[in-house]
Each structure stands twice: as C-alpha cells, then as structure tokens.
Design a binder for this molecule. Structure first.
Ligand SMILES: Cc1ncc(COP(=O)(O)O)c(C=O)c1O
Length: 382
C-alpha cells in the first residue's frame, strides 16, 4: 500500500542519526540539544509529590490554572508584561507541538510561510503537513543576521506566516529590538502572522537581555510566541511548553489543540507550577554562561575556529577549515567515528543543504563531558 508523503523531509532527523552514530561509536554526544546533568532537586521532588498526592488525571484543556498563573506572574516579573493566563496562554506538550498547532490554526493549502534558514528542522515539514509551501530565506553567515531585503523579496500575496527564532538554534544569534522593528515594517499592511519561537528566551548570555515579540506592542497583536520549559529547567524529556497569543489567536489555537492532544501531563504541570512559583532555582543562563565560557576557553587549544561566541541558546557554531575541506555531513561523521565526538553539521538546518563547512556543538553538558570531548578534539592536527 502506498501511504502519502506529507512533507519533503525524507528519512530520519539529523539529531536521531547523529545520536545513534554517537552511541554506535561510543562517542561523546555534543550533537543533540539536551543537558546531561540532573534537574533541580526541588523540581524532581515536586514531580514525585504530585503523583503521590493523586494529581494523575486529566488537567483542564488550556493547562493547569496554577501553571498558567505562575507563567503569567513570571512574565510580569521579568518583562513587566501582562499576559492573561485564561485567554492568552495555553500549556502544550512541548514547543515543537505548539509550533505545529499554531501553523495548523492558520495555514490553508496553497498558503506560503517564510522560514529563515538555518532553521530548527520541524518548521518546514510542519508547514508542508498543512498543505502550504515553505519559502526559505537564508540568514547571512558568519553572524547569521537577517537580510531584510531578502525577506521583503520573499513576501507574496500568498504569504500567511513568517516563523522566526531568537535566541537562534543552531547559530546562537539573538535579535535586537531593531530586528523586530524591521519585521513590523514589512508586515504592517499585510495579513501576515508571526510565529516567534522563543524556546531559549531564558538563555541569553553575557548580561544581555532577550527581546521578545511580546514586548513589541504592534507585532504582539499578530503573533504566536512559543516556549519550552525543557530549555529553562533542563528537563527536555518532560516535553512541556506553552503558547502565548492574543485571545482570538488563542481561541483558534485551542480549537486545534483540543483535538490533537486535549491536555498535557498533569503531574509535570503541578511540579512546574510549584517550582516556578517558588522561584528559588538558579537561572539557567548563569549555568550555561559558565559552560559556554569554559567550552570556549578549552576550544582555544583545538584547530576549530569560533567565529563568534554564542550570544544565546546552548549551541556554538565552529569552522573546521584548518582540519579538512570535507562537506560538513561527511566531516561530522568522520569526527564521530575517528575522534569520538558527535556534533551536528549545519547544512542539516537548510532545506537545500547549503554547506558553509560549519558544525554545531551543544555545550549544555557537565564540565567533565566538555573536557573529555575537547581533549579528543585537541588531538586533531590543524
Ligand atoms: C529552536 C527550537 N524550537 C523548538 C524546540 C523544541 O522544544 P520542545 O522540546 O519543547 O518541543 C527546540 C528544541 O531543540 C529548538 O531548538
């Protein structure tokens, strides 16, 4: 029987491929974006308590009220922003799901959606699964800034959405307020909706500040902002996130959400609600700042080139031009098999597999993991 191919991304995602290769060759896995250290003690305790205390049945469709209220209070405290937990905030099983649900709420067959590449790999398949066309626009290396003229040229009367991501996976670049102003100018007289993937919102480094679409009064009215607790509390495997959007958008989002999964893991929501409200944990950016600084300092003794330290996220892009001129996919496989360090080739984040000969390291790892990986990299001749 022939089943339909709903999107153009054939095969398995690069994250699964590289993690499997890492396991096969006993390599240190700096490829997939997940921490290899324990979560906060309080958070795991609260999860156990939630289950023990009988919070094991369905929670309300938009999410546990206590969690929505805790998130809204956190927006108020950190940004001075008012988010209505009842009409503007929906808890989801992760951000990937929230992105898919937002696209599904707005896209019709024949619509176009602009994607800035390199991009997180679910965006384009999610657009295509809704019968729409993804229109990629390349960011400009090596700092991966947005060329706004290129975005302008990509807009057509069929453009329904633009998805953006700051802090950015895989490059670690962050947006300034001016970037949001430029975007606002381009979409002002259109019906274009913005999807703002802000999963690394709390991972802005070097004392800088995250600029959220929610702070841009004009854009906020036409945006879905998507978040992941996994990136804030180092528990990516819990797969819990949320979507913030104006009331009419939230209604459309929930119309899809209620028939996709209806509700999200209840004990996890209880634990997160208690943990956020207590507000006692060290902010994740202080943990990752230390890791990025350590990683960069030890990478100096390797033949890899760091063009620009990651400004946000937990990813660092590096060049390997002093080691090899292999295509990046081949190089990443060679590095895993021959030197025992798994990374992600950046071409995997482009629909046309554009190869700038760059690889992505994830530094959200224990210090000893980073040390061992870099000791292996130091043995490579430049
Ligand atoms: C840019 C970006 N968006 C979304 C996600 C997915 O978040 P979640 O695990 O909550 O689905 C990731 C995870 O790596 C990501 O890097």
């Amino acid at each position: 029987m022939q089943l339909p191919q709903k999107h153009s991304a054939t095969g398995t995602t690069i994250f699964t491929v590289m993690s499997a290769l890492a396991a096969e060759h006993n390599a240190i896995n700096l490829s997939q974006g997940f921490p290899d250290f324990h979560i906060d003690e309080q958070l795991s305790r609260l999860l156990g308590e939630a289950a023990k205390n009988g919070h094991n049945q369905y929670s309300p469709m938009p999410g546990l009220p206590a969690l929505r209220q805790a998130v809204a209070a956190s927006f108020k405290k950190r940004y001075g922003l008012t988010v209505d937990p009842d009409t503007e905030l929906t808890i989801t099983p992760g951000a990937t799901y929230a992105i898919y649900t937002a696209f599904t709420a707005i896209l019709q067959p024949g619509d176009e959606a602009i994607v800035l590449e390199p991009a997180y790999d679910s965006y384009i398949p999610n657009i295509e699964m809704n019968g729409a066309k993804a229109v990629p626009v390349a960011l400009t290396a090596p700092d991966f800034h947005v060329d706004w003229n290129k975005v302008k040229d990509a807009i057509t009367p069929r453009t329904k959405a633009i998805i953006v991501n700051t802090p950015h996976n895989p490059t670690g670049a962050i947006w300034s307020k001016e970037d949001w102003d430029q975007l606002a100018e381009l979409v002002r007289d259109t019906e274009i909706i913005i999807l703002s993937d802000e999963v690394y919102e709390q991972l802005v480094l070097d004392g800088k500040k995250h600029n959220s679409v929610l702070e841009h009064e004009e854009l906020r009215q036409r945006s879905f902002a998507l978040y992941s607790f996994g990136k804030v509390y180092n528990n990516t495997g819990w797969k819990i996130g949320y979507c913030v959007a104006p009331p009419a958008f939230t209604q459309a989002f929930r119309r899809i959400h209620q028939f996709l999964c209806f509700t999200v893991n209840t004990p996890g929501q209880y634990a997160l609600a208690g943990h956020i409200a207590a507000d006692t944990a060290a902010p994740v950016h202080t943990i990752m700042q230390q890791k990025r600084d350590h990683f960069l300092s030890i990478m100096k003794d390797t033949p890899f080139t760091i063009f620009k330290p990651a400004a946000g996220s937990y990813f660092q892009i590096a060049g390997y031009e002093r080691v090899s001129d292999m295509p990046d996919m081949e190089f990443a496989q060679w590095l895993t098999k021959e030197h025992g360090v798994a990374t992600i080739p950046v071409s995997a984040f482009y629909s046309n597999k554009k190869d700038d000969k760059l690889i992505r390291f994830c530094f959200a790892k224990k210090e000893e993991t980073l040390d061992e990986a870099v000791n292996r990299l130091k043995k490579i001749k430049g």
